[in-house]
Design a protein around this ligand. Structure first.
Ligand code: F6P
Length: 341
């Protein structure tokens, strides 16, 4: 009987448990494989920290947020190196790994595959920015959470005739900002794919209020970038990989927009609430399809590839191609722009 290891790495996302469940059910039920779970991402692989994943272990988890396996930002190339990963695979007599993660995880998985290890990837990140797939596990829920927040801010903004800024996650891509901005009816969206100039944003908002509106909603992606020299950004701490840990840019933008518009302004930073809790139906469906698709890929020997959803179909792409940021295309921003100002 073949044995397969599975792990969830990087930031968690709603729908991870649905993916684990689907992979286990498909592996055991459709292909007669044995599945071993690794705890806390690559850390579990390096330390050989495992949990058996029988069908009973994945019962009742479809709707649960987080990941029953735990996750971490551990990079195998920094922590224990490829030697430790190889040892674990051999000690546990594993025929391969299913790795569920985002850009950092797919980068590591691509390197492992280059080094000859049998690895299959599954795209997960609320940021939705992996290349080669139209959608990543967790994105739909993050957009729904942010949209719900905007709906709530709308009513209080209207009562008090205020300018409301809502900051959403997304790292260096604006997918959550754009999705929630369109669904929530944002009056402006600031996102990394387009430099913003607060003078222009303020002018648009003032025009809107001159036309009779008494409140406005501005969605700010945490990774939004001002035109050089127009706004001092917060000093971000860096994460283990040396990347800035974003969060709080709206706190710098809010007072400046208040000054430029004269509107009473409030700022809400949504933060990790976008990553927690119950996955929406769409994420459960996407995760179930991708989890099963990963097992099919494994069985057909598609190592070094990431299962993907493109044009509504399950397919796969090379891991190395997936680990690149996929920006929001201009034509999608144009849809949101129709409703600005
Ligand atoms: O990549 C997912 C994400 O939630 C980003 O949107 C955000 O910038 C980052 O992770 C937050 O990371 P952490 O959980 O380490 O604070």
């Amino acid at each position: 009987m073949k044995r397969i290891g599975i792990l969830t790495a990087g930031g968690d996302a709603p729908g991870l448990n649905a993916a684990i469940r689907a992979a286990v059910r498909s592996a055991v039920g459709e292909h007669d494989l044995e599945v071993v779970g690794f705890r806390n991402g690559w850390a579990g692989v390096i330390e050989g920290d495992t949990t058996p994943l029988e069908v009973s272990a994945v019962q009742g988890i479809l709707h649960r947020g987080g990941t029953i396996l735990g996750s971490s930002g551990t990079d195998p190339y920094h922590a224990g190196g490829i030697g430790a990963v190889r040892r674990t695979l051999s000690d546990l007599a594993l025929d391969g790994l299913i790795v569920i993660g985002g850009e950092g995880t797919m980068t590591a998985a691509a390197h492992l595959a280059d080094d000859g290890l049998p690895v299959v990837g599954v795209p997960k990140t609320i940021d939705n920015d992996l290349s080669g797939t139209d959608v990543c596990i967790g994105f739909a829920t993050a957009v729904q959470v942010a949209t719900d927040a905007i709906d709530r801010l709308h009513t209080t903004a209207e009562s008090h005739q205020r300018l409301m800024l809502v900051e959403v996650m997304g790292r260096s891509a604006g997918w959550i900002a754009l999705g929630a901005g369109i669904a929530g009816g944002a009056d402006a969206i600031l996102m990394p794919e387009r430099l913003f100039d607060l003078d222009q944003v303020a002018a648009g908002l003032r025009r809107r209020h001159l036309r009779g509106h008494s409140f406005s909603i501005v969605v700010v992606a945490e990774g939004a970038i001002p035109v050089e020299g127009t706004l001092e950004l917060p000093k971000y701490p860096t994460d283990d990989r040396g990347f800035p840990r974003l969060g709080g840019i709206a706190n710098a933008i809010g007072p400046r927009l208040a000054e430029l518009t004269g509107f009473d302004t409030r700022v809400t930073v949504l933060g990790h609430v976008q990553r927690g809790g119950t996955p929406v139906a769409e994420d459960r469906i996407v995760a179930t399809r991708l989890g099963r698709g990963a097992v099919d890929l494994f069985v057909s020997g598609g190592f070094g590839r990431m299962v993907a959803l493109r044009g509504g179909e399950i397919t796969s792409v090379p891991l190395a191609d997936s680990a690149k940021v996929r920006p929001v295309p201009e034509e999608l921003f144009a849809v949101a722009q129709v409703f600005f100002g």
